[in-house]
Design a protein around this ligand. Structure first.
Ligand code: FEO
Ligand code: CA
Ligand code: CA
Ligand code: CA
Length: 604
């Protein structure tokens, strides 16, 4: 019986890694189970109708779990009354929609598809209770009593905070004050703050804007730097809400591309958009408290874009009293915004490593970029950063401090144009990668950085308020058989292949967990555990694989390392798939795929 006593602690447990596969399933390491927690269309708030894929409406979508879940936050319920100590609040982003596999052909008009797609964006807050097996969690079924449950959508009013709030360039006919914005779109990753809120990044917001006529000539350069153009992604939202027409509302895109903060414990409070954290294609934001200040690390996910951090002016108020929480919810409105420059120390040491500098862009009262005001820097952060020569990175996704060792880990997902449009440097060194067309196929050469990196940053003196740091590429991802790959020096024969890191998370022992998006080694995406210290540093092991076409998102280890939450985003998103001809039917409750949040735990 001794071998049956396997730990349920995900930080400690020894497991057999999941092998690369193309199954249309969530496959966990042997000895673990998983359950689907919330699916696209599941009821979130009281009064929501049951989901019917053939009778979708925008009104229903505003009450149901949205599409393409990405960020996952899990907050222990602070209301300690009675049976509430085994309850948590799940906070989820709904990044975007896949219209071609969401809607049966010939059922919906173009306007209905636009409106329903729009309503499937945003965020959800869902109260969960413990399941039967330790580490498992289920939604509370009596929605009448689930008073925190909430769907944040295109009609939810956000308050704009920080120095750029009220700026003329944020004003529209709908909001002449420039301080109230409806909705949040393309929310990718995020993070939980020490004061019990969730931050969420508005990422590829540019795609939702189109133009029926001329573009405003005042913003030619700004639109171009943010990828805003007349065609957008062709979702035609401007036909159902005029604000998405650039010709009619040239300022509306300036009201998106921010970090938003949601207090899941205040369901009636307007969530906020924090202008102090800059405007770009925000992947997410993760906070660490250092010298008493809140320091938020952020990535701008575009080829050749930058790493950022924000340091609050004020100190974090201790405790979880309402007074302390109210103060802390204002921390991200004043402080200093920085962008990163990384310098290599040469390749003679055989390592990709060096020193780094945080270059200040502006504080809440002063701009450090010549010719730009504080509001200019915050609204057009990319253009401000361009002027101070930061390091052009290979698509910074999650950037997250490890609460155990205090180092910061950034997923640099890939950059097919490194070596062509972008010069290599020591922090972005790979210009040729080995990839596979399918599992078992030979490795072949592809230009650029195709498999990505994990960057490790160490703040000087472990003080995150300082402007200097050292860095190293802890992982050069890819197939262990490929010559360019590197796993912190760990024996390459012992590691799982890993491709395109996207989100990172930590268990309470400080192990790094990595989810991937866009595997180019022939396998489905997945989630990996890798220790960052000791003799096991660099031992990458695959814990779970995703269904066909899905990326893995938002890993979160909680409940004393017994629960691994994650989001299965865009199952079945494969070129040519349609509603009638699906590439995935996961989670196999229907004949079409349903993006879902899942929890994995030790089998009993
Ligand atoms: Fe939405 Fe950067 O991934
Ligand atoms: Ca070096
Ligand atoms: Ca992402
Ligand atoms: Ca990604």
């Amino acid at each position: 019986a001794a071998e049956r006593r396997v730990s349920d602690d995900l930080a400690k447990v020894t497991f057999t890694p999941v092998r690369p596969n193309r199954r249309d399933a969530v496959v966990t390491a042997p000895g673990f189970d998983h359950e689907v927690v919330m699916r696209w269309g599941d009821r979130v708030v009281h009064g929501a109708p049951d989901f019917d894929v053939h009778a979708q409406t925008a009104e229903a979508a505003r009450m149901q779990f949205g599409y393409n879940c990405d960020y996952v936050g899990v907050h222990p319920l602070r209301d300690r009354a009675k049976d509430h100590k085994d309850r948590v609040l799940l906070v989820v982003n709904h990044e975007y929609t896949d219209e071609q596999i969401m809607f049966p052909g010939d059922t919906y008009t173009d306007a209905e598809i636009a409106e329903i797609g729009l309503a499937n964006h945003g965020m959800s807050v869902v109260e969960l209770r413990r399941g039967m097996v330790p580490g498992s969690w289920r939604p509370v079924t009596n929605l009448k009593k689930a008073k925190y449950n909430r769907r944040i959508h295109h009609r939810t009013e956000f308050k704009v905070t920080g120095p750029a709030a009220g700026d003329d360039r944020l004003k529209t006919s709908q909001d002449p004050t420039g301080t109230r914005v409806l909705g949040t779109f393309n929310n990718c990753a995020g993070g939980m703050t020490p004061w019990g809120t969730s931050l969420s990044g508005e990422e590829n917001f540019n795609q939702y804007f189109q133009a029926t006529g001329e573009l405003d000539a005042r913003y030619t350069e700004e639109y171009a730097r943010y990828g805003i153009g007349a065609g957008g992604s062709g979702r035609n939202w401007h036909t159902v809400e005029e604000r998405f027409d650039l010709t009619a509302e040239p300022h509306e895109p300036h009201r998106h591309g921010w970090i938003v903060e949601v207090d899941p414990f205040a369901p009636d409070e307007a969530p906020v958009k924090h202008t102090m954290l800059g405007r770009f294609k925000h992947e997410g934001a993760n906070v660490i408290v250092s010298k008493g200040h809140a320091v938020a690390y952020m990535g701008d996910d575009e080829r050749g874009d930058y790493l950022y951090k924000f340091v609050s002016a004020k100190k974090v108020a201790k405790g979880s009293s309402e007074k302390a929480r109210r103060r802390n919810k204002r921390l991200l409105t004043k402080g200093t915004l920085y962008v990163a420059r990384l310098t290599g120390d040469g390749s003679a040491d055989g390592l990709y490593d060096g020193t780094g500098e945080w270059i200040p862009l502006c504080s809440d009262t002063e701009s450090f970029v010549p010719g730009m005001s504080v509001a200019d820097v915050l609204i057009f952060t990319r253009l401000a950063a361009d002027q101070v020569s930061p390091t052009k990175m290979d698509r910074p996704e999650d950037v997250e401090p490890n609460p155990v060792n205090g180092k910061v880990y950034a997923a640099l997902t890939n950059n097919s144009q490194r070596g062509s449009r972008f010069e290599p440097d020591e922090a972005n060194p790979i210009t040729t990668s080995m990839v596979r067309s399918s599992i078992g196929a030979p490795l072949t050469e592809a230009s650029g950085n195709r498999n990505g990196y994990v960057l490790e940053m160490t703040a000087d003196g472990k003080d995150h308020t300082r402007t200097t740091f050292t860095w190293d590429l802890m992982l050069v991802c890819g197939d262990p058989e490929a010559p360019e790959t590197y796993f912190a020096g760990y024996d390459k024969a012992q590691v799982s292949p890993i491709s395109c890191p996207d989100n990172v998370a930590f268990d309470s022992a400080g192990n790094l967990w990595i989810s991937t998006d866009g595997n180019v080694l022939g396998s489905n995406d997945g989630i990996f555990r890798v220790p960052v210290v000791g003799s096991e540093r660099g031992h990458v092991q695959q814990f779970v694989t995703m269904p066909r076409g899905a990326e893995a998102c938002g890993p979160l280890i909680t409940d004393r390392n017994r629960s691994l939450f994650f989001a299965v985003q865009h199952p079945g998103e494969i070129d040519g798939a349609t509603f009638e001809d699906q590439a995935s039917t996961w989670p196999h409750t229907d004949d079409f795929p349903r993006p879902s949040v899942v929890v994995a735990f030790r089998r009993r």
